[in-house]
Design a protein around this ligand. Structure first.
Ligand code: SF4
Ligand code: SF4
Length: 323
């Protein structure tokens, strides 16, 4: 990533992708109440992105990392081919999954320094199963994580927090993932209030998010946990730093094309990343600019800002390296 960022600066490229959120389908085998992706009509849910389209989009934009999401990517019959084609091109691939199919499909994938699972884990057993609205999902995810680690895969997790979380529930799940399951790294996010999500009551506001993470991170836990975020982004979640949104840094490519402006909101689509960059009014988005952004503290808008601040500051670069 460091070399990639240096190359962009030498090329004087102002806007460039750090990670692409690739959505090769919208269909899922769960129906979480906080999901904003599965409300498409049936004929859209049945569509699958081709391997060529997925690889072509990543090659066109040049991003070094790809997060394959959805829907549930493991439903896609060619997902292993998409992942291996990207790995062959030395792109770092995170395959996001709710893990229901993971153990059964593990042997379609090969461990690689360029490949990691990113398992959806919203809490301990009761909390997670309530969040995804299906009993037994937590146990399946834990079993799949153990199987993937035993098979030599890099395994990360992705946890979304809502208003029914407390500093205690944040600590419990991150302690469990970090110390008991010993996953390689963990990602965390306050839930974004998708307009289409059936549950509109439990999305965190900015003040609640800062309080939740500020208290959860106290007494040295933040440093002890293997969080897959820059220190500045974690400062941002706690309210110790304030940033503008840099949505072009983590763009989203789906069955409809490049989504404007980000993975969370949809104001139309562009056919290429170049067109997305050149025809989007980026200054119109972010908190204080668009009411739909008001409570957003998601990594797809603010982690790129934190990463770019880090690379422009020797002190922050050293802090990031120290972990
Ligand atoms: S597992 Fe993910 S994609 Fe599937 S319904 Fe839940 S939030 Fe949506
Ligand atoms: S603040 Fe940025 S990342 Fe968040 S919804 Fe708005 S444009 Fe998207």
């Amino acid at each position: 990533m460091g070399w990639y960022l240096m190359r962009q600066r030498l090329a004087k490229r102002e806007k460039f992708p750090l990670i692409v959120e690739l959505e090769p389908l919208f269909q899922c085998n769960l129906e979480c109440a906080g999901c904003g992706k599965i409300q498409h009509p049936e004929h859209i849910l049945r569509r699958r992105m081709s391997v060529e389209a997925a690889v072509g989009a990543i090659e066109e934009c040049g991003a070094p990392m790809v997060s394959i999401a959805g829907g549930e990517p493991l439903i896609h019959p060619e997902i292993d081919e998409i992942a291996s084609a990207l790995v062959r091109r030395k792109r770092f691939v995170y395959l996001c999954t709710n893990a229901l199919l993971m153990e059964r499909k593990l042997d379609k994938f090969k461990p690689s320094p360029y490949f990691a699972w990113a398992v959806h884990m919203d809490g301990l057993r009761e909390r997670h199963d309530a969040s995804v609205e299906r009993e037994g999902t937590f146990d399946k995810a834990v079993s799949a994580i153990r199987a993937a680690k035993a098979a030599g895969f890099r395994v990360t997790t992705n946890t979304t927090f809502f208003t029914h979380d407390s500093p205690k529930t944040v600590r419990e799940v991150l302690d469990f993932l970090n110390d008991d399951l010993e996953v390689d790294e963990m990602m965390i996010s306050p839930a974004y209030a998708y307009e289409k999500a059936p549950d509109q009551e439990h999305f965190l506001g900015v003040t609640q998010t800062r309080k939740l993470f500020g208290e959860a991170f106290a007494d040295g836990r933040r440093k002890r946990w293997r969080l897959n975020h820059s220190p500045l982004f974690l400062d941002f979640l706690e309210g110790k730093a304030e940033f503008e949104c840099t949505a072009w840094g983590i763009p989203s490519y789906s069955l409809f094309g490049w989504q404007r402006p980000c993975y969370l909101m949809s104001d139309g689509y562009a056919a290429t990343y170049k067109e997305l960059i050149e025809t989007t009014d980026w200054s119109a988005y972010g908190r204080g600019r668009d009411p739909r952004c008001e409570n957003c503290m998601a990594h797809c808008g603010y982690e790129p800002t934190a990463v770019l601040h880090t690379t422009h500051s020797l002190r922050e670069s050293l802090r990031a390296l120290a972990g």
